[in-house]
Ligand binder design. Structure first.
Ligand code: SF4
Ligand code: SF4
Ligand code: FES
Length: 326
């Protein structure tokens, strides 16, 4: 907690806190806790002060107070982040309050403490440990990695498993089966580790499982440790295509890419058929009622698209970015 020294500027403000105890409460309520505290301190410091001096039942997780342990992720004025890395004066609202809620996308246990099991289950499912080809039980020699190979893993090695990205991900909120950005970033960490021997299996698992549910909204780029899981997701999608995986996800990406390269526009008919699979008669039969309903309402997109003017410029962008095309 920040020292209340002579040079520390004290400030009166309100912590507007989410309160709920799953063991006793039917519905959550809010408490407004007034404190006089240095506003250059962090939100976690303010919560610690409120708990120590005002109400000992206020609950939240924390440990290191240095953005290392990943425990104190919570929602501050509607944005999830680490409370120990968030200075109060950067989030103070006009009415001199700071609103604190638990992370979204999790069930609440008590106040800001949430049930983390889904997050950890998805992470464990990806076998987040090195599986080298030759097990060296006696550890007689090092497994050396070149600085060049290590560069790819540096960002993800900074992950503190705080689940901020998981809480920010809109896909998790609509489809809880999605692994979420942190677990996928960890899969990438082992897939790109030259010491690991399970590259193909890992890419297959992540590709079949949930990788392609990511909507590329970039919300997880708000990672407090700058891991940039959204970049690892894009890299993994590319790797899964290069490794020859052909599920609906890769098919969709390739056919979208192909139609835009051809005409500069999305050919929706070709995208639907290409995603379901040209020879997947069962799948095509399944979507036929939707096609008929669209036809009845006059909403069937044109079958053939004339290339837009200067379509060559679009193709040059594709070539420059080496975009895979189906
Ligand atoms: S990727 Fe970033 S936001 Fe997500 S768990 Fe790791 S450190 Fe937290
Ligand atoms: S980029 Fe993908 S993983 Fe990241 S928050 Fe958006 S949908 Fe979720
Ligand atoms: S208390 Fe450890 S990350 Fe905030």
């Amino acid at each position: 907690m920040a020292a209340h020294g002579e040079n520390v500027l004290m400030a009166k403000f309100t912590l507007d806190l989410f309160r709920y105890d799953e063991k006793v409460d039917d519905v959550p309520h809010r408490d407004r806790v007034e404190i006089d505290f240095p506003e250059t301190s962090t939100v976690l410091d303010a919560l610690e002060y409120a708990k120590a001096e005002v109400d000992g039942t206020i609950s939240f997780r924390r440990s290191c107070r240095s953005a290392i342990c990943g425990s104190c992720s919570m929602n501050i004025n509607g944005v999830t982040g680490l409370a120990c890395k968030t200075p109060i004066n950067t989030v103070m609202r006009d009415d001199r309050s700071v609103k604190v809620d638990p992370m979204p996308n999790f069930e609440v246990m008590k106040d800001m403490v949430v049930h983390m099991d889904p997050f950890w289950d998805k992470y464990s499912r990806l076998k987040p440990y090195l599986q080298p080809a030759d097990r060296d039980e006696d550890h007689e020699r090092e497994r050396r990695v070149s600085p060049e190979d290590m560069k790819k893993l540096v960002a993800v090695a900074n992950c503190v498993m705080c689940a901020t990205c998981y809480a920010l991900c809109p896909v998790i909120s609509v489809d809880p089966s999605f692994a979420g950005p942190a677990a996928i970033a960890y899969a990438y960490r082992f897939i790109e580790d030259v010491r690991d021997s399970k590259r193909k299996e890992r890419v297959g698992q992540i590709s079949d499982d949930y990788l392609w549910l990511c909507a590329h909204c970039y919300a997880c780029s708000y990672c407090p440790k700058h891991v940039e899981p959204q970049d690892d997701i894009i890299a993994l999608k590319r790797i899964s295509i290069e490794e020859g995986f052909t599920g609906a996800g890769p098919r969709h990406a390739l056919v979208v890419s192909k139609t835009i390269r051809q005409s500069g526009m999305l050919n929706e008919n070709e995208v639907i058929v290409g995603t379901v699979g040209k020879f997947n008669f069962k799948g095509l039969l399944k979507i036929m009622p939707l096609g008929l309903r669209m036809a009845a309402k006059g909403k069937v997109p044109p079958l053939f698209l004339k290339p837009v003017e200067n379509v060559n410029e679009i193709r040059m962008i594709y070539d420059a970015l080496e975009v895979p095309v189906g």
